[in-house]
Ligand binder design. Sequence first.
Ligand code: BDP
Length: 705
Amino acid sequence: MNSTSHILLCIASVFLLTGSVACADDGSGLWLKYHRIADEARLRTCRQSFSTAVVQGDSATLRIVREEIKRGLDGLLDANLSFGEAIRQDGTIIVGTVQTSAPIRSLGWDTDLEKLGPEGFLIRSSQVNGHRATVIAANEEIGLLYGTFDLLRRVQTQAALDKLNVTSHPRIQYRLLNHWDNMDGSIERGYAGRSLWQWDALPARIDPRYRDYARANASLGINGTVVNSVNANPIILQPAYLEKLRALAEVFRPYGLKLFLSIRFSSPLRPARQAGSRRGGIGNLETADPLDPEVRQWWKDKAKEIYEVIPDFGGFLVKANSEGMPGPQDYGRHHADGANVLAEALAPYGGIVMWRAFVYDAKTDPDRAKRAYKEFVPLDGVFAPNVFVQAKNGPIDFQPREPVHPLFGAMPKTPLMLELQITQEYLGHSKHLVYLAPMWKEYLDFDTHAEGPGSSVAKVTDGSLHDYAMTGIAGVANTGSDANWCGHLFAQANWYAFGRLAWDHQLSAETIADEWIRMTLSRDEQAGQTVRLMMMGSWEACISYMTPLGLHHIMQAGFHYGPQPSYARAPREDWTSVYYHRADSNGVGFDRSSTGSNATSQYFSPVRERFDDVATCPEKYLLWFHHVPWDHKMASGRTLWQEIRRHYDAGIEYVKQMQETWETLKGRVDPEIFSHVQTKLETQLQDATLWRDTCLAYFQTFAQE
Ligand code: BDP
């Protein structure tokens, strides 16, 4: 096709669509594309409602507010919005805090504002000085930016805009992305290109993407970012890197995005002699023992140095005594000793420590799923007040499905930070379409019964269950240098969903999908429904074609992508597949019930009893908790072996259905996006088939009916 006909075709397709797709969309605009509203009646009403804006005050954040309102409404309304100093006409947007804006003060909303905290906002349709106005009010400027994005989202998603009466504030205080980015530009478990951070070019060159990144996060209310991998390289704390970090922090600051760092616990030591060692540091001490006075001083000095460069620095994320990373146990100390020395150094500046509970020392217990609980629960109450224990959603490692981590509910005196994984390490990388919000909802809604019924993981995380003094949630990022940020266009929906749930975990996965689709793909009602249906079942389908009925960790060694159920030889047995599935002629599954490892005892009653008994254990966790005979009768009346086979088939069927459904959207979504997803779905179908064929062929060698 020559370029003229390509352009004509694109223009034609834009007009054909009731939605608002542009042509040749490479996905770089994420959910912030602001395409013109196609429905003329709606466009007219919106133009009347939003014809001018008054944003009083001048600061970097307020400049961004103005820029975003202009960019958003000019695009959506195909208009040229003007800014004024006073309210002179109907259809004015007024944005301000009580401190900086006289019109906002005049509204007398102080009591409502008081309940919002620093990040919340109100959006109300109101009469101001005798004119119809839409008011965005907040206590702090960052609340105004969040309110601006909220209003624009309503316009983008075609929500009702008259009689607006929105009160919004985050349920969780620290809402962070965790980047597993290495200093050489690679990304551990990253599937969307190279790292966004260009360390060599910093601080002199500020890549425009840093700003785009901060803006995207602010649009969701994500307020912090750990920029480097948990397998931290200590050079990140060297003065030259602090200068680079200063430059990044300066870009992030007006967007309300705080910078955090992963640190290596052995940083005070001399550099390791061996290349690639995870043990050395950047200092000149002989020890990194947290109780050593020189070590304590080293961290205090380092914190001081950091805060001189980055005054609003957020704090440290630490992976210690895990997978070869050094930690306090190297010196006979426990995790709280390690966390507290860092906490002490950061406390004067308001910094926090996020101490990870991802530990699985084989000496603790033969069952990996029990180890973190056994190490951490005895330390409840021993951590300093500015320490979070950060735990993954499940006790093993971001498997397609796990039961909830038993730590949730079990540490009432220690704020637990919930760590989710946005990047699809075990869920088909950026090749499979898997919408993760239903999975996160399953964890958040899970009732731990820690304080009786109604003790959900969401309530543990948002602090309402144990009255935590601080609350947090983290998502391991899926971003990279790819034009579309996340590798798969639909992986953007996972970044989006993480941010939305971090702000408000009560939102449903369907609502979030609807928003994302309208902002990203199409505002057409029918197309939207079709895509939502595809997304909603995609996680369950992925579980079915990878690890149904509680199977887990049978992926390719190291790579964690394709199937390798036969994997038996590794440096550690808890890295092999056979350790987890335990298939033999008697059956399959890991007996973690009271007749086996007794991991079920780590849960609260009645969850414990429910999981412990084959008869009451939910089938989705069956092989996680039980070693089950192949001919065991399932609820469906089928035998276990038949049911396993049915799941693998159903998973593949679902991918085929997604393909068929996607074909119906041809000409109704952007052509470039269409073929991008079409190609990805082909790969997904091949992979799903390979998963089934490999796993069934392998289990067939044991299965008996
Ligand atoms: C596992 C990853 C590994 C991470 C580790 C962690 O395979 O790359 O370093 O988790 O969370 O999922 O520390």
